[in-house]
Design a protein. Structure first.
Length: 88
């Protein structure tokens, strides 16, 4: 008889260490470009932006700092707040 081991949540995104695999692949590609830019023209800004993105996308309890910032901007700035005032 075959025994199959399934994860607890089949709809969860794939994770590696503290990042989703999508974020980790973005970090890897951009880190490679940033290191090449730093080695060739001594331009530090892409490297700093890569480290900032890597820090903001650390995922704990299925929430990252970047997700929180996106939700806060959406709540406070981009979406319309609707209030309905009534007399009681």
């Amino acid at each position: 008889m075959n025994t199959y081991i399934y994860p607890q949540n089949l709809k969860a995104q794939a994770k590696l260490w503290l990042w989703n695999l999508k974020d980790l692949s973005i970090i890897g590609i951009v880190m490679l470009i940033s290191v090449l830019a730093f080695a060739q023209i001594h331009f530090v800004l892409p490297l700093a932006a890569t480290f900032l993105y890597a820090f903001l996308t650390i995922r704990l309890d299925d929430m990252s700092i970047l997700d929180f910032i996106k939700k806060a901007v959406r709540f406070f700035i981009t979406t319309q707040q609707y209030y309905e005032w009534r007399m009681r």
